[in-house]
Design a protein around this ligand. Structure first.
Ligand code: ATP
Ligand code: MG
Length: 366
């Protein structure tokens, strides 16, 4: 998978700009606030996912523009394809692949990208939300059905939360509570199966990478934690559904008392361990960073195994945050696919990677 050319119109701080990328390493440099991350964001959006910076497409449109678009020639599934994303205020985004209108989900598995940002280095020590995001982003790109489920789940969750918050003032709201809970249990059951299977693959792929990274001294463990009544997250969906529904039934009163959703996959987590000790509590900063890098590199390997080609690797400002040994490890692992690296100074990185340098200034690329 690679992006050959991308043209931005009215996208973030890009008025009209076109750039052609190299098939291997591309170094995107320039001072702060010039449009480096915006360019990576545009590439990431080609995967059909939401932006890694906002849930709202309207924020992607240039401040003075009525609409914004991303037009890209990509090489995917062994051939050239043209993808266009159009963002209009107050409307859903429009997607075309080779000039044919498609739902956003049609891009899942076609265009894939793995993003690495400085925030990811805190993946291990942060709350569960960061690890759920890792699962959600990765699975959504590979499975169109998952992105749809996630969006259904979020809508049901918002509705149920509103009921739980407001039922005291408006008791009539309670008539629909169980219906929303049931919808959530159905979505949960299917999402649990996807997440369990992804976590298993992540564990298998990250283990050897981390062993390498730590010079054979550390074993990285990854295990999926979900609703406590679920006995086997890989069981058939009907079985999981019954167990999730049971958990909801047991917590119905507690949810009414607390005024919030206490049960469901929005509380899932990935438990990461290093040499069988919980990494979140016991890993040193360096160990936690190394483990986070192993997980992200594993995500790239899973994507390759799944689609047959490496995803585009987007490294946003991450190298400056790493010590030289970790930089070396990452740079030695990025071969085989296309990489876009942003940084404030270019020389060192372009020399070490042999990458082509692009300079971004005020939404123009040279
Ligand atoms: P840094 O090195 O600090 O990370 P950067 O080059 O990655 O900088 P970007 O995050 O790409 O910078 O942002 C560049 C500029 O784009 C910012 O100044 C921001 O205000 C501007 N910007 C963001 N969204 C929009 C928008 N919708 N329309 C116009 N400009 C925008
Ligand atoms: Mg940036």
């Amino acid at each position: 998978m690679r992006v050959e050319r991308i043209a931005l119109s009215g996208f973030r701080n890009y008025d009209e700009e076109t750039v052609s990328f190299e098939p291997d390493v591309n170094v995107i440099c320039g001072p702060n606030a010039q449009g480096k991350t915006n360019l990576l964001e545009a590439v990431y959006l080609l995967t059909g996912a939401h932006s890694f910076r906002t849930r709202f497409d309207k924020e992607l449109i240039g401040f003075d523009c009525d609409w914004g678009s991303i037009l890209a020639d990509v090489e995917a599934e062994g051939r050239s394809q043209t993808i266009r994303l159009l963002f209009k205020r107050g409307q859903r985004r429009q997607v075309t692949v080779n000039s044919v209108k498609k739902p956003s989900s049609a891009l899942a598995g076609l265009v894939t990208a793995v993003l690495f940002s400085p925030d990811d280095l805190y993946l291990i020590k942060e709350g569960a939300a960061a690890r759920r995001r890792l699962m959600d982003n990765a699975i959504s790109q590979l499975r169109p059905g998952y992105a749809a489920l996630l969006s259904d789940y979020n809508k049901l969750y918002e509705n149920k939360t509103r009921i739980l918050k407001d039922w005291r003032e408006k008791p009539s709201l309670l008539t629909t509570l169980d219906e929303f809970s049931d919808g959530l249990a159905k979505c949960s059951a299917r999402m649990i199966r996807y997440r369990a299977s992804f976590a298993e693959r992540l564990a298998a792929a990250a283990g050897p990478i981390h062993r390498d990274f730590s010079g054979g001294k550390e074993e990285l463990g990854v295990s999926y934690k979900t609703v406590s009544t679920v006995t086997d997250p890989r069981a058939p969906a009907e079985e999981i559904y019954a167990q999730v529904a049971e958990h909801q039934r047991l917590h119905r009163q507690a949810e009414l008392d607390a005024g919030q959703c206490l049960t469901g996959v929005h509380k899932d987590d990935l438990e990461i361990s290093i040499n069988a000790m919980a990494a979140r509590s016991f890993a040193s900063q360096g160990q936690a960073r190394t483990a986070a890098l192993s997980l992200k590199l594993a995500e790239r390997e899973i994507c390759k195994a799944e689609t047959g080609e490496y995803p585009v690797l987007l490294l946003d400002d991450v190298l400056s945050e790493l010590d030289s040994a970790r930089q070396e490890f990452v740079l030695n692992r990025i071969g085989g696919g296309q990489t876009l690296i942003t940084c404030c100074e270019d020389e060192d990185i372009s020399r070490r990677t042999g990458g082509k340098v692009f300079t971004v200034k005020e939404g123009r690329i040279r």
